[in-house]
Design a protein around this ligand. Sequence first.
Ligand SMILES: [Zn+2]
Length: 414
Amino acid sequence: MHEFTLLFLAMLALSLTLRFWLSQRQIRHVRAHRDSVPAAFADSISLADHQKAADYTLTKTRFGRLPMLYDAGLLLIWTLGGGLEWLDQNVRALGYGEIVTGIIVLLGFTALSSLLDLPFSLYSTFVIEERFGFNRTTLKTFVTDMLKGAVLGLIIGAPLLYVILWLMQQMGELWWIYTWLVLTAFSLLMMWIYPTWIAPVFNKFEPLEDGATLQRIKALLQRCGFSSNGVFVIDGSRRSAHGNAYFSGFGKNKRIVFYDTLLKMLDDDQLEAVLAHELGHFKKKHIVQGMLISFATTFIGLAVLAWLMRNEWFYTALGISTPSTYMALLLFMLVSPVFTFVLSPLLSLFSRKNEFEADAFAAEQTDANNLITALVGLYRENASTLTPDPLYSAFYDSHPPAPVRIAHLNAHTR
Ligand SMILES: [Zn+2]
C-alpha cells in the first residue's frame, strides 16, 4: 500500500472520529441543559420553546451522523473501491478527446453524487423539518428546484469546466496561475449576476412596499452612507418557515433581501437593527476580506494540485490507473476536505470575530436593545439552541453562541 493511501485513510479516520466526538459532546451538552432556560433568557424564552430548540438540535445532530458515515463510505468506494476508475474507463471507452471525456466524467460524477445524496435531503426536509413545523416545501417544489439546479449547473458548469480543462492541458507548468485568474474572474462575475439572474430562478423578488418600514430602512442606509440597488422581499415561506436576511451582489448591483418569514417575525425597530448588523459587515470590510480569503485559498489549492498531479502516486494511491487532468481535479476536490477539516475552527474564529464587529456597529447605529430582542426572537422562531457545546460551536458555528453574543451586546446598551 502506498504511503499516500495510508495518510488518506488515517486523515479520514481522524476527521470522522473528530466529527463523531464533537456530535457526541453536542448531544450531551444540549441534553444536560434541556430542562432549564439559561438565566439571561429566562424572561424572553419559555421552557417549552427552549425544549423545542433542544429537541430540534438533538434530532438534527443525531441524524447528521448517518450521512457522515455514509459519505465516508462513499468516498472510499469512489476512490479505493474503484468507483471512479469504473466511471473513467467507461467514459474513455466512448472515444472522445480528453476535454470532452473530462466534462462527461465530472458531470456524471456530480449527477450520481446528488442522486446518492437524495435520501438524506428528502428525509431532512420532509421528515425532520416537517416534524418541527418548519417545512413549507412541497414535493413538487423540491423536484423543480433540483431540475432547475441541474440545468443551471449544466449551463454554467460545462463551459467553465471546458475552459479549466483546456488551460490545464495547454498552458504548461503555469496552468494553475491562468486557472486561478479565470476562477477569480468567474466568481466575481457570479456575484455580480447572482441577484438579478440566478436568485430569481428560485424565488420571487418583490420590492419592499413603501411604508413606515421602508422609510426606516432608507433612513438607516442614508445615515450609514450605503447605496444599494433596492430593498426586496422574497417568498422564503414557499420552502421553509425559517427567517433570514441577506445582501447580495456588489458595487452598484447590491441588493438587500428580506425573507417574508423574517418580516413576520420582527417589528420595524428590530428589522432596522438586523439591517444595521448586515451593514456592519459591509462597513467593516468583512465581505471584501471574505472574498480575498477565498481567492487566496483557491490560489494555494491550485498550487498544491499542480504539484500533486505531476506525481503518478497521487492517482494510483487513490485507485486510479490512468492519470489525467480531469481526474486530478476530481480527486483533489473529493479528497482535500479530509485534510482541511481540522482547520475549520480557524474559519469559524474569523467569522465570529466579524459577527462581534457587526454587532458593535449595529449598536452604534441603532439601539443595541433592539438587536437583542430581534436575535432572541430569531433564536426562538428558528428553534436555535441557546446552549451549544462550546467546542462543537467553535468548530462549526459561524456565529457566536447565543449567550456570548447577547452578553457582548448587553455591554453596548446605554
Ligand atoms: Zn452577521
